[in-house]
Ligand binder design. Structure first.
Ligand code: PRX
Length: 633
C-alpha cells in the first residue's frame, strides 16, 4: 500500500479552480519559496513579527552550537500569550474557540474568553499544587475540551506537558511518566469510544503503581462510572476547579523563546520511545505560519483537524496553531463510525465545517462503507481537505476528492513528523496537485532526496529524505538524551537533518514519500517501533525472543506480524496467540497488537546478532529474500 503512490502517474495533474486561487493567501508559491530560501532568517523574522512578544529576539537563528540550533534568541514569549491572552483583548473574546461533540451526542462550546478563563483557573490549580516553570506534567486523556485546557494551563504556568495518547496502556504510560519524571498526572475516569467506556483511570492507576514519581493525580469526570480514587493522591478536576485557589487570575509565565513547551514521545529505531522536545518561540511561529498558508484559514472558518490531541498533529493543529490564528476549531470525541458510518459527514453538515484534515487510514476506513453514507449529507460547506500520517494511495485520494470534496476541494497532503513540529512538504491551495505526492516544500524548508553519500539523486530515483536548513519548528533535542538527538538525526550527514523516510523527486520537482527506512511501523498512521512490540512480547513469561515487522495492508497502511521463540519448557497451546495479543493490548496498547503471531524455533540474524527484519518481511509476503549472505545460519 505504501508503495502504491508512484511517480509514474505524473500525468495526473489536478489544477485548482480560479475560485480557489483567488481566495488563496499565497497566490505565487514559487516567488514566495525563492524569497524564503534566499533569505531564510529575514523570512522567519517576518513571520515572527506577526505574533506578539513580551520582548523581541536579538538574533533570529543561532547556529553556533549546531545541531543544537536556537531560534529567536533573547526573545520573551509564552505560546499562550498568542493563543489566548491577546485574543481576549479583541473582538475574538466572543468568538468560538472550540466546538466540541462527545460520542454520545452531548456538545459544548467555548468562546476565547471562556477558554482563557478555564485555562487560567486550571493554571492556578496547578500552581497551588506546586507546579512551576520547567516541571513536567503528564496528561493521559481522551478527546475532551479539558485536554486542551490542561495543555494550555501547563504552558501558561511554564510547565512542560507530556501528553500520552489515550490508546497507550500501562507500561507505555509508566515508561513515559518515568522518563519525564512527572509529579503530576492529569487523566479522566473514562473516554467514550464505539459506545464503550475506555477505562483510562484504571490504566493510570496501574501505571502510577509502576512509576512512583507521581504525587498527585487529577481526574476529570467524563463517563461517571465507578473508579478507584486514592486518598491524598487523587483529586476530581471539578472539585479542584470549585476551590477558591482556582482563580481566574493566573499570570502567564514569561518564557524565553527557547524554553521547553512540551515533550511528546515517539517511536524510534531502537529501545525506548524518544521524548521529542519543542519550545515556545519557534513552535508558535511555525505552527501558525504553516496552518495559515496551507489551509488558508479565514476568520469565519470552522476548522476540523480530526486527529487526536495526543499526537503531534493534534498538538500543532488542534490545540496551538488554530488558537494562535484565532480560528474556530471543531473536535469530536469518538469513533467515525459510531453509531453509523455517516457520523463524520453528519458532523460536517451539522457544524458547517469548511476545512477537514484527516489521515489516509480514516479515509480508507470510511471509503469501505461506500459513497451512499456521505452522499446523504450536505457537504457543500467544505472548501479544502487535508491528509497526513502516511502516503495516501491514489484510490483513496480520488475518493476523498470526488465523493467528499465533490471535485471542488483541493487536498493538502502534508508530509511532516513529530520532530518537525509542523508541515514540511505540502501543497498550498494554489499549487497544482498530483494524487499521492505531498508536492513541494513549505517556504523556508530546504528539502532534498540524496544517496548514501549525501549527493542529490536524479529525478525518479529512490533516496533518503533530508532537510538542509534548520527551521523554527524543529525539535531541539531528545529529552534527557542529547546524544541520541545528534546520533539519530545529524550523524549520517553532519549538516543535514535525516528524516528517516525514503522518497523520490519527479521531473517536476514533486516529492513522493515512500516510507520509513528504519524499524518504525506506521499502523493506521500511528507510529510504532518494532522494539516496543518486541519488548512487550518478551515481557510475557512464555516468550524468550521476538521480532516484529510491518506488512502492507489495504486499510491500515501496515499491520504488525510478530515472530516469537518460546522459553525452554513452554509449549505452543491453542490459546497462546490470543493470550499474547491480550498481553500486548494491556502493556503497550491496542495499536501495538500484532495481526498475527507465529511461533518459530529461530530468527534470521546477522552474524553480529541483529535480527534481519527484511528477510522476515520478504518471507511473510512470499517475496524473494534478497541478499542473505550475511545471515548467521
Ligand atoms: O513516514 C512519514 C509519515 O509519518 C512519519 C512521521 O510520523 P509521526 O511523527 O507520527 O507524525 C505523523 C504526523 C505528522 C513520517 O516520517 N508521514 C507523515 N505524513 C506523511 C507521511 N508519509 C507520507 N505522506 C505524508 N503526508
Amino acid at each position: 500500500m505504501t508503495d502504491s503512490a508512484s511517480p509514474t502517474n505524473t500525468q495526473d495533474w489536478y489544477y485548482p479552480s480560479e475560485d480557489v486561487v483567488s481566495n488563496a493567501t499565497v497566490k505565487d508559491y514559487g516567488a514566495l519559496y525563492n524569497r524564503s530560501i534566499n533569505d531564510p532568517e529575514g523570512f522567519w523574522a517576518e513571520q515572527a513579527e506577526t505574533l506578539e512578544w513580551y520582548k523581541k529576539w536579538d538574533k533570529v537563528l543561532d547556529s553556533s552550537r549546531a545541531p543544537f540550533y536556537q531560534w529567536y534568541v533573547g526573545g520573551k514569549t509564552n505560546i499562550v500569550l498568542n493563543a489566548l491572552d491577546r485574543h481576549v483583548k479583541t473582538f475574538r473574546r466572543n468568538k468560538l474557540a472550540l466546538i466540541w461533540e462527545g460520542e454520545p451526542g452531548d456538545t459544548r462550546t467555548y468562546s476565547y474568553f471562556r477558554l482563557w478563563q478555564e485555562v487560567n483557573k486550571f493554571g492556578s490549580v496547578l500552581r497551588s499544587m506546586g507546579v512551576k516553570k520547567g516541571d513536567r506534567v503528564t496528561i493521559y486523556m481522551g478527546r475532551v475540551p479539558e485536554l486542551l485546557i490542561a495543555m494550555m494551563a501547563c504552558a501558561k504556568v511554564g510547565a512542560v506537558h507530556s501528553v500520552v495518547y489515550g490508546g497507550f496502556s500501562e507500561q507505555a504510560l509508566a515508561d513515559r511518566i518515568e522518563d519525564a519524571e512527572s509529579r503530576v498526572l492529569i487523566t479522566q475516569d473514562g473516554a467514550w469510544l464505539r459506545g464503550q467506556i475506555v477505562d483510562l483511570k484504571k490504566v493510570a492507576d496501574e501505571a502510577v503503581k509502576r512509576s512512583p514519581v507521581v504525587e498527585h493525580v487529577i481526574v476529570f469526570k467524563r463517563t461517571g462510572h465507578n473508579v478507584h480514587m486514592e486518598p491524598d493522591r487523587d483529586y476530581w478536576w471539578n472539585d479542584l476547579m470549585a476551590l477558591p485557589v482556582a482563580s481566574v487570575k493566573c499570570e502567564t509565565e514569561m518564557m524565553d523563546a527557547e524554553d521547553p513547551l512540551f515533550i511528546l514521545y515517539t517511536s524510534g529505531t531502537t529501545g525506548k520511545p524518544k521524548g521529542i522536545l519543542h519550545t515556545h518561540g519557534g513552535y508558535s511561529v511555525y505552527t501558525s505560519t504553516t496552518l495559515k498558508w496551507v489551509f488558508d484559514l479565514k476568520e469565519e472558518d470552522r476548522w476540523w483537524c480530526a486527529a487526536d490531541p495526543g499526537w503531534i498533529t493534534g498538538h500543532s493543529y488542534i490545540v496551538y496553531g488554530p488558537a494562535i490564528l484565532g480560528v474556530t476549531s471543531f473536535m469530536y470525541e469518538g469513533a467515525p463510525t459510531h453509531p453509523y458510518p455517516n457520523r463524520w459527514w453528519k458532523l460536517v453538515e451539522h457544524y458547517g465545517i469548511n476545512v477537514l484534515y484527516t489521515a489516509p487510514t480514516a479515509i480508507r476506513g470510511l471509503m469501505r462503507f461506500g459513497s451512499t453514507w456521505p452522499n446523504r449529507h450536505d457537504l457543500s460547506s467544505l472548501r479544502l481537505l487535508g491528509s497526513v500520517g502516511e502516503p495516501i494511495n491514489p484510490e483513496a485520494w480520488k475518493w476523498y476528492y470526488e465523493v467528499i470534496g465533490k471535485g471542488r476541494c483541493p487536498i493538502m497532503d502534508t508530509w511532516w513528523q513529530t520532530e518537525t513540529g509542523g508541515f514540511m512538504i505540502t501543497p498550498m491551495p494554489s499549487v497544482a496537485l498530483k494524487p499521492g505526492s505531498a508536492t513541494r516544500p513549505f517556504p523556508g524548508i530546504d528539502v532534498d532526496v540524496v544517496d548514501d553519500d549525501g549527493n542529490s539523486v536524479k529525478p525518479g530515483e529512490d533516496g533518503l529524505l533530508v532537510i538542509k536548513k534548520p527551521w523554527p519548528g524543529m525539535l531541539r533535542t531528545v529529552y534527557g538524551d542529547a546524544d541520541r538527538y545528534v546520533k539519530q538525526y545529524w550523524s549520517k550527514f553532519k549538516d543535514m537533518y535525516l528524516a528517516g523516510d525514503s522518497a523520490r523527486k519527479d521531473e517536476d520537482g514533486y516529492i513522493w514519500v515512500i516510507g520509513r527506512i528504519d524499524d518504525v511501523i506506521k499502523v493506521s498512521g500511528y507510529r510504532l517501533g518494532t522494539a516496543e512490540v518486541e519488548s512487550g512480547l518478551v515481557s510475557h513469561p512464555a516468550v524468550a525472543e521476538a521480532a516484529a515487522i510491518g506488512i502492507p495492508d489495504e486499510l491500515k497502511g501496515n499491520i504488525i506480524y510478530a515472530y516469537c521463540i518460546l522459553r525452554d519448557g513452554q509449549t505452543v497451546t491453542s490459546d497462546l496467540e490470543d493470550k499474547l495479543k491480550e498481553h500486548i493490548r494491556h502493556e503497550v496498547g491496542p495499536i501495538a497488537v500484532p495481526a498475527k503471531i507465529e511461533f518459530v524455533k529461530s530468527l534470521p540474524k546477522t552474524r553480529s546478532g541483529k535480527i534481519m527484519r527484511r528477510v522476515l518481511k520478504a518471507r511473510a509476503q512470499g517475496l524473494p529474500e534478497g541478499d542473505i549472505s550475511t545471515l548467521e545460519e
